[in-house]
Design a protein. Structure first.
Length: 322
């Protein structure tokens, strides 16, 4: 049974940069101080997340660096921005979707009903925007350490990043964090998609360990994970053995939903309680349920697309001047 928080619950308020952060227990909502359905709001969101210093840190996978007006940095940002905006779509046909999942994906304009029970699923780059916003909040507000930016683990700029969306480390609690993000028209849609993902999350984490965390080829790029657990990851055959050998006492599941519609803090905090939490492998599992209200997914994405194209044109000009 879902526990519903009454309006009398003392929701904590914090201020973080351009956001008021409302929290209760393991639920957080980052509400921009100019949250209104105006073009200025969508531009402010773009300016905040695509700040050059913030973007170069993510693109390089490093903390403590700043953007510099060099040909190298202009080129790095130009290439990285290109990952978010082209119009390529890959279609996959799936005929056996759960009815509630079909309803959500149709509402999100991510699938088309082709008749006879066949659905064509579009893979686009909106998810990458959500993953990037998610990573910024995990790094800057929560002060977690990025293990590896997942966007770098693609061999094709049009390819979706499969598996776990983000991997971080929480030094305060000594937790490895496996994050999941959604960018949806409504918070309820996002929660539905999250709950669907969590059903197979244990297998996804097993795959991430096998393909990434235990990879000797990637170990030099896994930052703090290699420092803390490299010696165990190299010799363990699967994540079960790794948990035992490395004496992992807990894991973290950060969840991020950038969403439209809901913008009242009480309603958001209430709805986040509907995320179905699971303890994996019999060890304590900490959840961080994060909401970012954006009013209109379509308006934000269109604004970001236009602004990225403008920024890329500017970077291209600056490259030629250096």
């Amino acid at each position: 049974m879902v526990k519903v928080i009454k309006s009398t619950v003392p929701i904590k308020k914090d201020r973080y940069d351009d956001f008021d952060v409302y929290s209760y227990s393991d639920r957080y909502s980052f509400i921009h101080i100019e949250l209104k359905d105006t073009q200025k709001f969508y531009e402010k969101i773009f300016e905040y997340f695509f700040d050059q210093d913030r973007l170069i840190k993510y693109a390089e996978g490093k903390t403590g660096i700043k953007f510099s007006s060099t040909k190298r940095d202009y080129t790095t940002l130009f290439r990285h921005l290109k990952l978010y905006i082209d119009d390529y779509n890959e279609a996959k046909t799936i005929s056996d979707l759960e009815e509630d999942l079909k309803e959500i994906l149709l509402d999100e304009d991510l699938i088309e009903d082709e008749g006879s029970g066949v659905f064509s699923i579009r893979l686009d780059k909106i998810g990458r925007m959500g993953e990037y916003f998610f990573s910024c909040l995990l790094s800057e507000y929560f002060r977690f350490d990025c293990i590896i930016p997942k966007v770098h683990l693609t061999s094709d700029p049009n390819m979706s990043v499969y598996g776990i969306d983000t991997m971080y480390y929480n030094s305060e609690n000594d937790e490895i964090l496996f994050g999941e993000s959604k960018f949806s028209k409504s918070l309820s849609n996002g929660i539905g998609l999250i709950n669907t993902s969590l059903k197979t999350y244990e297998q996804q984490m097993k795959d991430e360990f096998l393909c990434i965390l235990s990879s000797r080829f990637l170990s030099s790029n896994l930052n703090i994970f290699t420092e803390k657990y490299g010696e165990y990851a190299e010799v363990c055959i699967d994540i079960y053995e790794f948990i035992q050998e490395a004496k992992i006492k807990s894991i973290g599941i950060p969840i991020f939903i950038a969403h439209g519609n809901e913008k009242k803090k009480e309603e958001i905090i209430n709805q986040l309680s509907k995320i179905k939490k699971i303890n994996f492998w019999g060890i304590p599992t900490t959840y961080y349920c994060i909401s970012l209200p954006v009013i209109s997914k379509a308006k934000l994405v269109s604004t970001i697309t236009v602004k990225i194209r403008e920024r890329m044109q500017y970077y291209e000009k600056q490259r030629k001047c250096n």
